[in-house]
Design a protein around this ligand. Structure first.
Ligand SMILES: [Zn+2]
Length: 404
């Protein structure tokens, strides 16, 4: 069915312009034309009046975890794959209703994200488009290695493939693709929300990274490295990774390398800030709060250097980490602004730049004839005040209206 969206203000994300009194014509799942309201033909069309709104492409969250809810206290009891799958479904639907028509899941425990993506794509449940990682790769004792104790079952980890050699890494990445994930995610340095590891320290040798990214690159797949420390970032880049997550302890050489290689950075400011803001009083372990504070200390300064150096800064939130709830990750827009990034640059981060990052720019990321009709609308002008991004008024994905 033909739909005509009357747009008071329209940011197509094809460039920096905001157009006025435009119309976007949608047929079935695709955008078929973008024109002035004076020239649009509304015969036999359902007209959707967004004349008092700021209309833009559907948002893309480049880094989140659908299986994690964002609570600050550990959930009671064991979490099975069944529990996590239900989390994933509900969180992904919450993301969609917050305006995120595409999400990139940066690691579930046991391929729950892949199962969810299949169900969404088959039309069995509602949800956003998904890029999935399945299970992540880490090293023994590294970020996301939650093993049973040595005296119980030293070889079984829940939530990650634990790899300690290039051969282990090759086997894990092949399994990740075998079980249907779109990309490979590697825990390349220690992290914030794990105990006993060091965010500044690499967890893999360059040889191990190379074993992983050789396979993902030859298969034409994305690869993603969780890396705070500069050395881990550099090893991963030399080994051919496509995106760096967090990067909170980067140095000037790492910034130059990202700019030179075109490696995307997903800064996830909100993840560290929510842990620091909620603090130990909320139930987060003191070691985790201390690490978050250390990681965020120079992040804003570094992001400004990245912008000046021409690093491609993408939009991602790590929604699902403590105090960082699905549906509220739009607060990252304001934080990126506080870090000194220009508002229009930030809108591109969450639309066109993220679509390029996930290699879907021919299908989504801008409001352009031929692309999927993934469209959102907000009150006021987000370029003036990002507060409005926290209250999306209209969400369309694939030409279907999910919120109006
Ligand atoms: Zn994450």
């Amino acid at each position: 069915m033909k739909k005509v969206l009357l747009c008071g203000k329209l940011f197509t994300a094809e460039n920096d312009d905001v157009l006025e009194n435009m119309a976007v014509v949608v047929e079935d799942s695709r955008i078929v034309s973008v024109c002035s309201q004076n020239d649009v033909n509304t015969d036999n069309a359902k007209v959707i009046d967004l004349n008092d709104k700021f209309v833009m492409p559907g948002l893309i969250d480049g880094h989140l975890h659908t299986t994690s809810n964002g609570g600050t206290k550990e959930e009671p009891g064991y979490r099975t794959t069944a529990d996590l799958t239900i989390n994933a479904l509900l969180n992904a639907q919450t993301d969609l209703l917050a305006g995120f028509t595409t999400i990139r899941d940066e690691g579930s425990e046991n391929f729950e994200d892949v199962a969810l993506k299949k169900a969404i794509n088959a039309g069995r449940v509602d949800g956003p488009r998904m890029i999935t990682s399945g299970k992540v790769i880490t090293a023994t004792g590294g970020h996301a290695d939650s093993r049973f104790p040595l005296d119980v079952h030293p070889d079984v980890s829940y939530g990650a493939f634990v790899c300690d050699s290039p051969d282990d890494c090759r086997k894990a990445v092949r399994q990740i693709f075998k079980y249907g994930a779109d990309q490979v995610k590697v825990m390349g340095t220690g992290g914030v929300m794990s105990l006993g590891d060091e965010p500044g320290a690499p967890e893999f040798t360059e040889e191990e990274f190379r074993a992983i990214f050789e396979i993902s690159n030859t298969r034409g797949r994305l690869s993603s490295v969780h890396a705070h420390g500069a050395e881990g970032m550099k090893r991963a880049m030399r080994a051919g990774v496509t995106t760096i997550e967090h990067g909170m302890l980067m140095d000037d050489e790492a910034i130059r390398m990202m700019a030179d290689t075109g490696t995307y950075l997903i800064p996830t400011i909100i993840a560290a800030k929510a842990i620091v803001d909620n603090g130990v009083e909320s139930g987060i372990h003191p070691e985790n709060v201390a690490k978050a504070a250390r990681c965020i200390a120079n992040h804003y300064t570094n992001l400004k250097k990245c912008l000046e150096a021409g690093v491609k800064i993408a939009f991602g939130t790590d929604a699902g980490t403590p105090g960082n709830y699905h549906g509220m990750q739009t607060r990252e827009f304001q934080l990126m602004k506080e870090a000194g990034l220009p508002p229009v640059y930030i809108l591109h981060s969450a639309t066109s730049r993220n679509a390029e990052m996930i290699r879907m720019i021919d299908e989504i990321g801008t409001i352009t004839p031929g692309k999927y009709a993934d469209i959102t609308a907000f009150d006021g002008d987000p370029l003036e005040d990002f507060e409005t991004m926290n209250h999306v008024k209209f969400v369309m994905k694939d030409g279907k209206v999910y919120k109006s």
